[in-house]
Write a protein that binds this ligand. Structure first.
Ligand SMILES: [Fe+2]
Length: 230
């Protein structure tokens, strides 16, 4: 049975191999080999540059689809998606702050902070994925690209310059606190709306991870004696 020509690439008809020149083998319009000397039944040429004539997006940013039957109404999903995208942008920013500081840290605590910052970077990366996937489950569109994250994030812009370790620590603690304040607010809202999954994500993963990281980072800026008690 002949297949539809719908799947044939542009110009495929001009390159079709006639049955007579193909050893009498039957060919179909959308199933012809095009490579040099190809006699394959399957066309192995990738369809390139399809973004240049892209059809409408599968979903517009800012909309919430009701695709998955998860027992939550549209208003609840919309509220949660908006909150989660804010947390996502801020968490991606904090994640990248950790990697920046991992690379640029200097001083006597270099080794400790270099390793600690990378550990926290990895943990924040896990949170980023959890938040983004929760947004998709709710029917939203997760913010993803750096330029969009920069526009949405509530964390003050971090300079490109290399900074002293105590300044790095202070910036990180401020970012954690901004995220944690939002977490407490959003967890309460998700609880009130009945979005238990979002409430659990925010409380069990975001709050607990951020609080733990605050502890480990903050202890580095206690001005305590190293060898002689004061
Ligand atoms: Fe590294």
């Amino acid at each position: 049975m002949a297949t539809s020509s719908k799947t044939a690439p542009e110009g495929a008809a001009a390159k079709k191999t006639a049955p007579a020149a193909n050893g009498g083998k039957a060919t179909s319009p959308g199933n012809v080999g095009h490579g040099a000397g190809s006699n394959a039944a399957v066309d192995i040429q990738p369809r390139l540059n399809q973004q240049q004539n892209a059809p409408a997006p599968t979903q517009l940013d800012g909309t919430v689809a009701q695709r998955l039957p998860i027992g939550l109404d549209e208003a609840t999903r919309q509220e949660s998606v908006t909150m989660l995208n804010q947390l996502l942008a801020d968490t991606m920013t904090l994640r990248d702050m950790y990697k920046k500081h991992h690379w640029q840290v200097v001083g006597p605590t270099f080794y400790q902070l270099h390793l600690l910052y990378d550990k926290h970077y990895e943990e924040q990366a896990v949170l980023v994925d959890s938040i983004a996937e929760r947004i998709q489950i709710l029917g939203g569109v997760a913010v993803a690209m750096a330029h969009d994250v920069a526009e949405l994030s509530s964390i003050p812009r971090v300079p490109r310059d290399r900074e002293e370790a105590p300044v790095q620590v202070s910036r990180l603690l401020d970012a954690h606190q901004r995220i944690l304040k939002n977490c407490h607010d959003y967890a309460e809202k998700a609880d009130e709306s009945g979005d238990d999954g979002t409430n659990d994500l925010v409380v069990s993963e975001l709050v607990r991870t951020n609080e733990m990281q605050v502890w480990f980072v903050a202890e580095h800026v206690v001005d305590s004696p190293l060898t002689r008690a004061e």
